[in-house]
Design a protein around this ligand. Structure first.
Ligand code: PMP
Length: 400
């Protein structure tokens, strides 16, 4: 058998995708599974965006484009940044990629040398540490707790910075916790990172999915003077229910964006031509904003209901977060208890138990760097939320 590279040997598959695959397997056997693993809006892409893709196809817009995105799309992103962030960026400071995942991976490959440390607050999105390692870096995980609303404190950040620290990754609103930084809190973190000359990677993909009227704080807005150290990531996946279209973008200093483009030249070339045209419509049409609003209103109702139902489960603690579409309850009080098939001693075992016995798919907190928690996505119907949480409650009560 051929030997794999060290890089490949050390690489873990995505745990969130793995749990979703297990749920699908069970469904394929005819079992009715309620799926709380979903990492994408359950709404369809708005019609006007689909129509724009169809029109581009019909017009024969089917060839390679500029690697970093068609000028029209870069222009639409510039308009968006002006409108939402009040900032002015040039086309050379923007690159269009195959989703935000791709943009972050490219940025890390562009910035990180072997052994460089990258600070990642936990709970974190599963791909950050793996992407840092792929780039040769060392993830430096800082734990945050439910009591801290899963927000990184200025003190913890200061303590974590060493001469080897190269970058800080922030994600607000967060996957998996739904927590979001206020402008004031974020400003403090950015100031510290900037004073230590770190690269700041701000993943703002859940920008549009905020509740309770809490304003979204973008890194580029709260501290505009750190512009030369900041790379911001955003895209169309979550806001416009376009996860399968695969478009994201990064905004940052010209010399970094230029190298990310060179990397993309060699690895993937541009993202899909006619999809880029649809993204222009997504980012510029007023209909998109009303579609987002409708979706967010519905998500907020579901968040409230799921949160309410969880309050009724003994020994489960949960916060009601202001963003994204996840709840992240603490379930550690059940560890050490017995099911018919054995002892539940961690969140992964608990998630597997819930799938097998309650037919509810959740994601263990373990791959998010948060043992003791599970992630529940409410990007599913109200009926599923009612039934799924009821079933989880029953299954937990059966543990002895
Ligand atoms: N960042 C975070 C925090 C996410 O949750 C996701 C999607 N799960 C991504 C990035 C990836 O987004 P995209 O689909 O645009 O690659």
């Amino acid at each position: 058998m051929l030997k794999l590279s060290n890089r490949a040997q050390n690489l873990k598959p995505s745990a969130t995708l793995a749990m979703a695959a297990k749920a699908k397997e069970l469904k394929a056997k005819g079992v009715r599974v309620i799926d709380f693993t979903v990492g994408e809006p359950d709404f369809d892409t708005p019609t006007h965006i689909k129509d724009a893709a169809k029109a581009a196809l019909d017009a024969g817009f089917t060839k390679y484009t500029q690697t970093g995105g068609i000028p029209e799309l870069k222009d639409a992103i510039r308009q968006k940044l002006k409108r939402d962030q009040g900032t002015d960026f040039s086309a050379e400071e923007i690159i269009v990629t195959f989703g935000v995942k791709h943009a972050i991976a490219n940025a890390l490959l562009t910035l990180i040398n072997e052994g460089d440390e990258v600070i990642i607050p936990a709970p974190y999105w599963v791909s950050y540490p793996e992407q840092v390692k792929l780039a040769g870096g060392v993830p430096h995980i800082i734990t945050t707790t439910l009591e801290e609303n899963f927000l990184l404190s200025a003190e913890k950040l200061k303590k974590a910075i060493s001469p080897n620290t190269k970058a800080l990754i922030l994600n607000s609103p967060s996957n998996p916790t739904g927590s979001a930084y206020s402008a004031e809190h974020l400003k403090k973190l950015l100031r510290i990172a900037a004073d230590h000359d770190l690269a700041i990677l701000s993943d703002e993909i859940y920008e549009k999915i905020m509740y309770d009227g809490q304003p979204f704080a973008s890194a580029m807005t709260v501290l505009p003077e750190i512009r030369e150290q900041l790379i911001t990531f955003n895209g169309v996946s979550k806001a416009y229910a376009m996860t399968g279209w695969r478009v994201g973008y990064a905004v940052g200093p010209k010399h970094i964006i230029a190298k990310m483009q060179a990397l993309q030249d060699q690895q993937t070339s541009s993202t899909v031509s006619f999809v880029q045209k649809a993204c222009v419509t997504a980012l510029t049409s007023e209909r998109s904003e009303s579609a987002v609003k409708t979706m967010v209103v519905e998500f907020e109702k579901r968040r409230n209901r799921m949160f309410e139902l969880i309050q009724d489960i003994p020994a489960v603690t949960c916060r009601r977060p202001p963003g994204a579409f996840f709840l992240f309850p603490f379930v550690g009080a059940y560890f050490g208890k017995k099911s018919l098939t054995g002892i539940i001693d961690n969140a992964t075992a608990l998630a597997e138990y819930l799938l097998a016995h309650a037919h509810v798919a959740t994601v263990s907190g373990d791959p998010f760097g948060a043992p003791g928690y599970i992630r529940l996505s409410y990007a599913t119907s109200m009926d599923n939320i009612e039934e799924g949480i009821k079933n989880i409650k029953h299954a937990l009560q059966e543990l002895k």
